[in-house]
Structures are given as C-alpha cells and as structure tokens.
Design a protein around this ligand. Structure first.
Ligand code: UDP
Length: 374
C-alpha cells in the first residue's frame, strides 16, 4: 500500500512526490505518457534540449521557490527577450523604449509616454476586456501590430472576448530593457528540464504509459490518497460539460545550419502567418553543447494554436467567465473527493507559471504532511 498515488509526473506531481518521499511516505508516480516531466519535458536532438511541449523559461520573484528549485538543478543565465515579427518588421518585446522607438521614432521616455497617453484616451473607465486593457496600456498602434493578431491566434477568440488579465502578464517599460519578465530570478536548468524532474523523482517508483482514468479503481486501491494533476473535467467524466482549453501543435525541424533566427523566440504577430511563434531551441543554452562547443545544426519548432478537442493535449485553460463558472462547479465536486488532491494547471484549471505550480505544490504537500502526522 502506498501513501500517495501521484497521477502525472509534471512539475506539480514531481514536487509533491519529492517532498512526500523526503518525509518518509511511500509514493507511486504514474504517467500516461512514455516519459516523465509532463509539459516541461525536454528531449535531446543533435545535442540540443528540445522543449517538446513548448518553450519553458523559468522565472520567479519568489525566493523560497528559487532556493528550492536550484537545489534540484543548476540554472543558466538565459533571459527571455523575444522578438516580434510583424510582416517582416522586427520589434523588441516586451513593450519598452526599443519597441516605442521602432514604432514611433520617439527617443525619450517622455515622448513615448506622451504618445501612449494620447492613444489611450479612447479608453474611458476600467478596461473591460483584453482589447481595452491593451490599448490602455500601450495605445492602439502597438495593439494592432504586436498584440491583436498574436493574441487572437493564440486564443482563437476576439480580443474583446478575452479577460484583461492575460495582457497584464507583459511588462510595459519606459526603459531600454528587453527582459520579458519582471522577475528577480530567471534561467533554464542546465542539462534540461527532464533531468531536473528525474532528480526530483530519484528513488521514487514511477510507472509510465499508465492511464489513470482507464484503470481508476485498481489504481485507487493501491494508495491512501491520490494527487491528481490531469484535467479536472476529465476526472469527473465531463459530467457537467467540457471545460475549454487551448492546445498547441508543434512542427519541429532539424536544419543543417548553425543559426536560423538568432534568438530563442520570434513571435509572428500578424494575423495571416498561421503559426504564433518559432522557437529555436539551441539559444536557450547559447548555442553550445554540454562541453561548451558550438553546435553545427539547429532545431526549430513552429507553434500552432488550436481549440482543444478530445484526444488533443490540453495546454492552456481558457479562464473566461463561462469557463471559470463551470470550473467553480467542478471544484465543488472536487471538494467532495476527500481522498483526492487536485493540483497544477489542469487540475486547478489555472494559467499557472512554473514557479506558481511549485509554490502551490509545496504549500499543499506541507499542509498535507502536517495533517497526516497529527
Ligand atoms: N502577447 C502579445 N504579443 C506578443 C506576446 C504576447 O500580445 O508578441 C500577449 C498575448 O495576449 C498572449 C499573452 O501576451 O496571450 C501571453 O503571451 P506569452 O507568449 O507570454 O504566453 P505563454 O504562452 O508564453 O504563456
């Protein structure tokens, strides 16, 4: 008998498992995929750690989370500075003085602020949706060229129908600073995310290729408690209806050239280009192999967003009003399941960053272990 059956070997499951094991609990981790690490999984191709389920750049302001994760991996100094390509014109991201200079020819922060102030006048009152929020933050020109097309491709919804908070993830700065994140700590684990998760799961029994929902009763019988990190609506057999998710499809190519785009991420912000961005994985690690040598080839992934349908991988919860209300109903059902802990992006239907996933898993496991020990 195990104390915990952990369903899903992504970040949430791995942190929970690691801590429970450390506290002397008997832990079994299962995953339906043939590999560990969930969506942070990296695969080595041509000496390059390919982010198989999309770019993951670790960043946090939370010192406890940083201290925790750096015990499990050493992080490099990668700083995310994506470039936006709008019909062949390049702009710096996030929105900063380089962007404003390219967009308007303004040179001083004062000129940039005046330009934004003038353009945001069209929004009066509290922004009600992503479009209004974006215009109110950076004005219409930037909204039209750098936000509208990208956002509508990523979410498959009109910017007027999306929540304002999504765009608040992006900093707006009147300084020359292309660092995408306002985070004290940032980097990519050296050796890849898969290695980091493997370190967390060291000494823990892991069974791969096991679909929990297909074998639920036999698996439940193995443990006192279950930590479920899959989609919450799937757990309940979609009995209240399906939550909406966005899925992503990657077209990955190995190219016989050392440098395709000169940056890890280039966002295609027009509406017509079918992909949202191209990731050139080697630049997460400065184009070097593990011995510090230049890599002769490169691997790129074009990212296409689509509406999730059964059989696809869910990536992003759609936290609009309709889905949030449905999630609240599922959450009530989840609270009735006294043996099960729901966690992570899919288990809690929340657009969590990695650091928030770790933070939440740590809080939950601590709370859980103190309860058990009473
Ligand atoms: N965004 C944008 N243009 C960009 C990059 C981001 O408008 O070039 C907005 C867009 O609304 C998007 C949100 O910022 O949904 C978050 O984007 P990001 O690519 O950072 O999300 P991730 O997929 O990395 O979590």
């Amino acid at each position: 008998m195990y104390d915990y059956l952990i369903v899903g070997s992504g970040l949430y499951g791995a942190v929970f498992a690691h801590e429970a094991k450390k506290a002397g609990k008997r832990v079994l981790v299962i995953d339906k995929r043939p590999n560990i690490a969930g969506n942070v999984y990296t695969e080595t191709v041509e000496g390059i750690h390919v982010h198989k389920y999309g770019a993951h750049i670790f960043h946090t302001n939370n010192i406890e989370v940083w201290n925790y994760i750096t015990q499990l991996a050493t992080f490099n100094r990668f700083t995310n500075s994506p470039v936006a390509n709008y019909k062949g014109e390049l702009f710096s991201l996030p929105f900063n003085m380089y962007t404003f200079n390219k967009m308007w020819g303004v040179v001083t922060p004062e000129e940039a602020a005046a330009k934004i102030a003038e353009q945001r006048k069209e929004i009066t009152g509290e922004p009600k949706n992503l479009e209004e929020q974006a215009i109110s933050l950076v004005g219409r020109d930037i909204y039209e060229k750098l936000i509208k097309g990208y956002t509508e491709k990523q979410w498959g919804r009109d910017c007027k129908d999306l929540p304002a908070f999504i765009i608040k993830r992006l900093p707006v700065r009147l300084t020359f600073d292309n660092n995408y994140f306002n985070a004290l700590y940032q980097g990519i684990p050296i050796g890849g995310y898969t290695q980091m998760i493997a370190n967390m799961l060291d000494g823990i029994e892991v069974r791969l290729g096991v679909d929990y929902l297909e074998h639920k009763s036999e698996l439940d019988a193995l443990a006192e408690k279950v930590v479920y990190t899959g989609a919450i609506d799937a757990y309940f057999g979609y009995q209240l209806g399906t939550l909406e998710y966005r899925s992503v499809r990657f077209e990955t190519e190995i190219l016989d050239m050392p440098n395709f785009q000169g940056n890890a991420a280039v966002n295609y912000t027009d509406r017509e280009t079918p992909w949202t961005r191209i990731i050139e994985h080697k630049w997460f690690e400065f184009g070097k192999d593990k011995n510090g040598n230049d890599l002769p080839k490169t691997v790129i992934s074009r990212e296409f967003s689509s509406e999730w349908k059964p059989g696809d991988e869910p990536y992003y919860p759609v936290n609009d009003e309709k889905n949030s209300a449905l999630y609240a109903e599922y959450k009530k059902l989840a609270e009735e399941e006294s043996k099960v802990i729901f966690g992570g992006r899919l288990g809690e239907y929340k657009y969590y960053d990695m650091d928030a996933v770790i933070d939440n898993a740590l809080i939950k496991v601590k709370n859980e272990l103190s309860k058990v020990n009473v």
